[in-house]
Every structure is written in C-alpha cells, then in structure tokens.
Design a binder for this molecule. Structure first.
Ligand code: FPP
Length: 228
C-alpha cells in the first residue's frame, strides 16, 4: 500500500495525514472486496523493516492500526469478513496485541472474505523460521511446508497462494512480501498512490488479471495439443 507519504506531501500535509487517508482507502477496498468475487485479501500494513522509520511515524502507524481494528470490528462482523493478522506479535505494544486477539476472535465466523493484515511481517523471516522447525508427520512436501509457513506467521489462517499481487505508488518490487506464496502470482503495478486507490482501481486490476494466461510452468492447451 505505497504512496501515503507522497500523497500527503503533495498536499502540504504531514505524512501522518497520508497514513490516515491510507486507512480510509483500506476501508473502501475491504468493502469492495467483500462485495466482489474475492475470497482472500492480504494487506501489507507494516513490514518488519518499517521499524527503522522515525519513532513518531511508527507510533502513529501503530495507533492507526489499533484504532482501525477497534472501529471496524463490528462492520467486519456485519459484512462476514474474517480478520487475521500475519507477522510477529511479540514486538507489538500490548494494547494492539490484545485488540488483534479480540478482533480475530469476534470475526472468526466470517465467511465472505478472509482478510489478512500483515503487521511486523517479513516473508524471509517467516520462511527462515519455518525452515528451522523439525519435520512433521506430514513430511516435507510443498503443501506441508506451506502449512508450517502459515504457522510461523502466527496465524490460524491456512496457507494461501497469491493469485494477484497489486502494488501501488509506482514501486516495482516485492519488498519481502509473501515470497513463497507469490510463486505464481500475477503482478500488477500501478502508479496510483494508495490513498487514491478505490473500487474502480481494484476492478481494473482484476480485469488485467483475467486477461493473463496462467500456465504454472506448463503449456497453453493449444500448444500442448500440437506436441502430442
Ligand atoms: C508505505 O508507503 C505504507 C506504509 C508503511 C503504511 C501503510 C499503512 C496504511 C495504508 C494505513 C494503515 C493500515 C490499516 C490496515 C488501517 P509510504 O506511506 O511510506 O509511501 P511513500 O513511498 O509515499 O512515502
């Protein structure tokens, strides 16, 4: 969700105003996703590397996340949105940790949309942690490792492969986001700054996704037929 800072700077506002506008965009996009054909949505709210930002900005983001969860839990329940958090929890302030626990418990029956917020999340840390776990009875298949990886992200949500990854704000990187899960993700990069991202932008990204030919390393059916 890139571009909050630039959105604010362009308006002569502090970066905190950009993050607040970003939170409003989060609200819009979750509502749109819950209405549409999306089964699961993961939003990268705070990476483990974001701890290196100035303490004031980090504190503001933590406040915003906590306030957002408190304010939106009832609406998530009403819209059938099941919220879970992926990432480390041991470095979060106690108030945010307990709010996360409450939101996860209160929304656990939601069946319309699985919403995952990545907070203090690093894909490389999660993979490294999962790799150090002893082998389990289900073996070391890809799917067994994916389950172990989900557990290493401290989430009760099951492992998910990413179909479509959208990055806003003109950046063209993965930035340590769901690296294993994005093995066959379709990537859509948009210049729109996150606070300006809305339902139309989401629909446009899904339109691009539908035009992609997903072969997962195989051949498109017509060519496969020719080679038989
Ligand atoms: C990165 O772009 C954005 C973040 C580190 C924070 C994302 C947070 C939100 C969208 C709001 C809170 C989230 C929720 C779930 C309520 P940047 O703002 O650093 O962008 P820049 O490249 O323009 O500086």
């Amino acid at each position: 969700m890139d571009g909050n800072g630039r959105w604010a700077t362009r308006r002569g506002l502090p970066r905190t105003a950009g993050h607040a506008a970003g939170a409003r965009a989060v609200h819009r996009v979750i509502e749109a996703a819950a209405r549409g054909p999306i089964d699961a949505l993961t939003l990268y709210a705070f990476s483990s590397d974001n701890w290196s930002r100035p303490a004031g900005e980090v504190g503001n983001l933590m406040d915003l996340l906590e306030r957002y969860l408190v304010a939106e839990t009832d609406r998530c329940i009403a819209n059938g949105v099941r919220v879970s958090i992926i990432g480390r929890r041991d470095r979060l302030r106690p108030g945010l940790s307990s709010t996360i626990g409450q939101t996860e418990a209160l929304t656990c029956e939601g069946a319309n949309l699985r919403l995952r917020l990545a907070i203090d999340y690093s894909s490389r840390d999660a993979i490294a942690l999962a790799a150090t776990q002893p082998p389990c009875s289900t073996g070391t298949s890809r799917s067994a490792f994916a389950e172990r990886l989900a557990a290493s992200c401290n989430t009760t949500a099951t492992a998910l492969d990413v179909d479509l990854l959208i990055r806003t704000g003109g950046e063209r990187r993965l930035s340590d986001f769901l690296l294993w899960e994005c093995a066959y993700a379709e990537l859509v990069f948009v210049d729109t700054l996150w606070p300006d991202f809305d339902e139309d932008a989401l629909i446009e990204a899904m339109r691009q996704f539908r035009q992609r030919e997903r072969r997962f390393g195989g051949l498109e059916p017509a060519h496969a037929g020719n080679l038989r």
